[in-house]
Design a protein around this ligand. Structure first.
Ligand code: URA
Length: 240
């Protein structure tokens, strides 16, 4: 379906200035459409089908953005917070202008894979409990995680508020005074991984999300770094 938008709105929405600034820029001849200077700021066009440049720079119009971040510790997964830095503050201006939000939450002291987007429909699909999207966490746990715990988590454990968790897959990487594990869960209750270990008398001392549905945390993304998803990854996510 053809989607027509005003030229000044398209250029402004992509962060090149306020609507009134962009109107002036257009009148000055700073915007080209398909290689020709366009002076009419109220021109209606399909921004996906026309090549729009501002001052020689590709306007690269898109309605939604999808960012994969390796969330660092010390940042909260929300758009605003009165006392803490938020993951949104990490983003470049060119991404902040899309008004993105974190798709789901990681605790302030949890690291790892966080999807940040402004696509409410996709966020709803990924977070809806009925879709049971897998989430994989790596954790360091105080105490000896034993083989028996694999069965305990498989059957589901009862959290401090009486909620019985869905079956979860526990993989023991190292068992000792501090154990290293991977845990796959299919739901997202508040502090779920920490509370699951609390229910067996153990404390999570480090937590990192390594996977969410088809998205994996890649080694080259340092905590605090992020990248845009490719078209293929977005498609995969939508059809997941
Ligand atoms: N479970 C937790 O306990 N914390 C997180 O941040 C994510 C899952």
């Amino acid at each position: 379906m053809e989607k027509k938008e005003r030229l000044d709105k398209v250029v402004s929405n992509m962060g090149f200035g306020t609507r009134s600034q962009v109107k002036k820029y257009i009148r000055k001849g700073m915007v080209t459409v398909n290689g020709e200077v366009e002076l009419n700021n109220s021109l209606r066009l399909d921004p996906y089908k026309n090549k729009i440049f501002f001052n020689g720079q590709d306007v690269n119009y898109r309605e939604h953005i999808y960012l994969l971040m390796n969330k660092p510790q010390g940042f909260v997964s929300s758009t605003e917070d009165p006392s803490s830095r938020t993951v949104i503050e990490i983003l470049e201006y060119e991404h902040q202008i899309f008004d993105p939000f974190p798709v789901g939450r990681l605790d302030k002291d949890t690291e790892g894979l966080l999807l940040i987007s402004n696509d409410g429909k996709l966020a709803h699909e990924l977070l809806s409990p009925k879709n049971r999207v897998d989430k994989v966490y790596f954790a360091e746990v105080l105490g000896k995680v034993e083989k028996e715990h694999i069965d305990v988590f498989k059957k589901g454990v009862t959290l401090d508020d009486g909620y019985k968790t869905l079956p979860a897959d526990l993989e023991i990487i190292e068992s000792g005074t501090v154990s290293k594990i991977n845990l796959t869960i299919h739901e997202g209750k508040f502090h779920q991984v920490k509370r699951m270990f609390e229910s067996i008398g153990m404390e999570v001392i480090y937590l990192q999300r390594t996977r969410m549905g088809p998205l994996e945390l890649e080694g080259y993304l340092e905590p605090g770094e992020y990248r845009e998803l490719s078209e293929d990854e977005i498609e995969m996510l939508k059809s997941f």
